[in-house]
Design a binder for this molecule. Structure first.
Ligand code: MN
Length: 416
């Protein structure tokens, strides 16, 4: 399953209707994510202010893999202990409360967060930083134009990226031209975050967490430029990829035990059902004896010299890999070690479990000097994906076949 990205909405001018610019939706889709809108509710006014703690914000994030904070109006200065200056723009306390709470909940869940424009400021303030309420009056010296009076599909000022930062690694360039539509900007960066990009006038254009889950705030609107700027497109890919693999970090890969047998059969049978749905007539599907086939397959894994690794997440076995010495040589490049099965439960695919299993399984083969590994029925995300690896001396190429759309990617592994 593709990573699901919650995108916070903005409000229309009358503040009666949630809005979500299509550029965010497109950018997330193009990066391989599934967009989900997070609307701004009307909260209850209590003597202590708005009452966000009644709203069980953490539940808003269940089923999501990443949080995108979108652009919008100004942040209320009360959030960082200031009185409103005369130049402060339009604020919405409901949106502020929602987004502050979502950032905290996402951080607790170790969920990747991308803050765009206002979202960059939200991230900074939620984590203890401050913003300029009114950039032109508070920081007038040499200030460039940060509210371009033309569409955001045209870049305006440049942005210089800090060398060695995660952002620099993602973008692959040290400067990039961005658009600019902001009234506020990061002033004091929050503890634990780094400033990683600046406009030529020194205004902060990006902040990030130097380690831990993906957390990036960018002051411009990359969603409106990513279709023409490969570095900015890479930014969305990095975010969506982080959302897709965030679970793998918490996954445990371990040898299977006899107690795992029912889980392995379930994963395999559900995987086959998912694989053949739509490809084979339902009556044929119903006639297939999945249980019997799975039992035969798993019996093979129990043969001498064969091993099964399982990947466990949240106390549940979500996938397994079987490997051992090769018995058959169906290809001319057959080799003494092979991984002949890799399954991730269809409901848990696309989150990096398969990669975690693969890495461990390859390491085990190498320990047993069963290399180069020959992977010939290694499958994940069937029918969308299949793996095949051929031998290549000390380095083998693992081809990653996306059968669904016929694209083929190559990943190179060093077998030594
Ligand atoms: Mn700017």
């Amino acid at each position: 399953m593709a990573p699901r990205i919650g995108i916070t909405c903005d409000l229309d001018d009358a503040r009666t209707t949630n809005t979500l610019p299509r550029a965010y939706v497109r950018a997330i889709l193009r990066a391989g994510g599934i967009p989900r809108a997070l609307p701004i509710p009307e909260m209850e006014h209590t003597p202590g202010g708005l009452s966000p703690e009644n709203s069980r914000w953490e539940l808003w994030l269940s089923g999501l893999d990443g949080l995108l904070l979108s652009g919008g109006g100004d942040l209320a200065p009360s959030l960082f202990g200031e009185e409103p200056l005369s130049g402060l723009g339009s604020v919405d306390p409901h949106r502020d409360a929602l987004e502050m709470a979502l950032v905290r909940a996402a951080r607790q869940r170790k969920m990747p967060i991308l803050g765009i424009c206002r979202g960059c400021q939200v991230l900074n303030v939620a984590l203890g930083g401050t913003v300029y309420q009114d950039l032109p009056s508070q920081r007038p010296e040499g200030l460039l134009q940060h509210r371009q009076p033309y569409p955001g599909t045209f870049p305006s000022h440049s942005m210089t990226v800090r060398e060695g930062s995660r952002l620099a690694q993602t973008l692959g360039v040290s400067t990039v031209r961005v658009n600019s539509h902001h009234h506020q900007a990061v002033r004091d960066v929050a503890p634990g975050l780094d400033v990683v990009a600046w406009a030529p006038d020194g205004v902060v254009e990006a902040i990030e967490a130097p380690e831990g889950p993906f957390l990036l705030g960018i002051q411009s609107h990359p969603e409106r430029l990513e279709s023409t700027s490969p570095p900015l497109a890479a930014l969305f890919h990095a975010f969506v990829d982080a959302a897709g693999t965030r679970y793998a970090g918490a996954a445990v890969v371990r040898p299977a035990t006899p107690n795992d047998a029912p889980d392995l059969a379930r994963i395999q049978i559900d995987g086959w059902r998912s694989a053949y749905r739509g490809m084979v007539d339902d009556t044929v599907l119903d006639a297939m004896d999945y249980v019997e086939a799975s039992a035969r397959f798993l019996a093979r894994l129990g043969e001498p010299g064969h091993e099964i690794l399982v990947v466990e997440h949240g106390g549940r076995v979500v996938g397994f890999a079987g490997f051992g010495p090769s018995r058959t040589a169906p290809e001319e490049d057959a080799s003494p070690g092979e991984i002949y099965a890799l399954y991730v439960h269809p409901a848990r695919q696309g989150r990096g479990f398969g990669s975690a299993l693969l890495e461990t399984a390859l390491a085990r083969l190498r320990e047993r000097e069963l290399f180069p590994a020959h992977l010939w029925t290694l499958r994940e995300n069937v029918p969308a994906r299949a793996f095949y690896a051929g031998r290549g001396g000390s380095a083998g190429a693992l081809r990653f076949l996306a059968l669904g759309n016929q694209t083929v990617e190559e990943m190179r592994f060093d077998w030594r």
